[in-house]
Design a protein around this ligand. Structure first.
Ligand SMILES: C[S@@+](CC[C@H](N)C(=O)[O-])C[C@H]1O[C@@H](n2cnc3c(N)ncnc32)[C@H](O)[C@@H]1O
Length: 273
C-alpha cells in the first residue's frame, strides 16, 4: 500500500512538478498542504491511490489541473470549471480591473460579458459591484450551465443568455460596458496543441484569430449607450490590429492594457454615440 510520501515520490519520478503533485494529492485527500507534510507516512486507501494515479496519468497528458480537481480561483472567487469551459486565466483579471475602473461613478450600470465561459468576468464584476445589472452570454449550452451554477453557488445575481454574441440580447436596453474575452488564437497557432483539452471553439475562431474581435467591434456600437465602453481581451500580438478595428469603427480614447507578464492583453474604446 502506498503512503503520502510514496505517492508524491512516484508522481515526481513520473515527471510531475512536486508542487502539482502536492496540489493533486491534497485534492484527492481533501486536506491542506500542512496536513500532507505532517502525515507523510499515512497510507492512502485503495480508492485514493486509484484516483491519484488516474489524475497523474491525465495530468501527464496535459489535462489542466483545474479540470481534474474541478475548480479554479479567479478574482478571489472559486469557480467550478468543466471541459465545457475555458479555464479562467490570471491575465484576464486585467480586464476585470479595467472594467471596474470604467464602472466607477456609475450607479446601477448595465454590463454584458460576451463569451462568459465559466462566468469568470461577469461573476468577478458582480462580486465587486452588487448594484450593477450584469448579463452574461455564451453560445455553448454546457459552458452557460456551469456559469449559471457558479452564480447560484456564489449567490451572485446575473442574467444568463444562450446564443451567439449579441443575438440573445434582442430587446435589451443599451449597456454602459461591454466586456469580452472572445476566442482569439489563430487557427494554425502551435500552442493549440498544448491546449487540446480545452474547447477549441473557446480558444480560436480559426483563420488569423481576429474574426470575433472584429465582429464584436463592429456590432458593439448598436448596444452601447453614448459614452459606453467596449473592452476586449486579445493576443499579445493583436494589439495593433484591435486598435485599428476600434478606430475604424469610430471608437474614441482607444487604449491598451498589459497583462501580468507585461504583454499587450486588452484594448478598449469609448463609443461617443
Ligand atoms: C476565451 S473563452 C473566455 C471564457 C471566459 N470569459 C474567461 O475569460 O475565462 C471564449 C468564450 O466564448 C464563447 N463563444 C465562442 N463563440 C461564441 C459566440 N459566437 N457567441 C457567444 N459566445 C461564444 C466560448 O464558448 C467561450 O466560452
Amino acid at each position: 500500500m502506498m503512503n503520502v510520501s510514496g505517492a508524491l515520490r512516484a508522481a515526481v519520478a513520473a515527471g510531475l512538478p512536486r508542487a502539482e503533485a502536492q496540489y493533486l494529492l491534497q485534492a484527492v485527500l481533501g486536506c491542506k498542504r500542512s496536513w500532507l507534510i505532517a502525515h507523510d507516512t499515512d497510507p492512502l486507501t485503495a480508492g485514493q491511490q486509484q484516483r491519484f494515479q488516474d489524475w497523474l496519468a491525465r495530468r501527464l497528458d496535459e489535462v489542466p489541473l483545474a479540470y481534474l480537481v474541478g475548480d479554479k480561483e479567479f478574482f478571489g472567487l472559486r469557480l467550478r470549471v468543466t471541459p465545457d469551459t475555458l479555464v479562467p486565466r490570471p491575465d484576464t483579471e486585467v480586464l476585470v480591473h479595467w472594467a471596474l475602473e470604467r464602472l466607477q461613478g456609475l450607479t446601477a450600470p448595465r454590463v454584458v460579458d460576451l463569451g462568459t465561459g465559466s462566468g469568470a468576468i461577469a461573476l468577478a464584476l458582480a462580486s465587486q459591484r452588487p448594484d450593477a445589472v450584469i448579463h452574461m452570454v455564451d453560445a455553448s449550452p454546457g459552458a452557460l450551465a456551469v456559469a449559471q451554477d457558479n452564480a447560484t453557488r456564489l449567490g451572485l445575481a446575473v442574467q444568463a443568455h444562450e446564443g451567439s454574441w449579441f443575438e440573445p440580447l434582442a430587446g435589451q436596453a443599451p449597456f454602459d460596458l461591454i466586456v469580452s474575452n472572445p476566442p482569439y488564437v489563430a487557427g494554425d497557432d502551435q500552442h493549440l496543441q498544448a491546449l487540446r483539452h480545452e474547447p477549441r471553439s473557446a480558444l480560436t475562431p480559426e483563420g488569423n484569430g481576429l474574426a470575433d474581435l472584429g465582429h464584436l467591434t463592429q456590432q458593439a456600437p448598436h448596444w452601447l449607450r453614448p459614452g459606453g465602453w467596449l473592452l476586449l481581451e486579445h493576443g499579445w500580438d493583436q494589439a495593433d490590429a484591435v486598435a485599428s478595428l476600434l478606430r475604424e469603427r469610430g471608437f474614441e480614447e482607444a487604449s491598451l492594457r498589459h497583462d501580468l507578464g507585461g504583454q499587450p492583453r486588452a484594448s478598449g474604446g469609448r463609443w461617443a454615440g
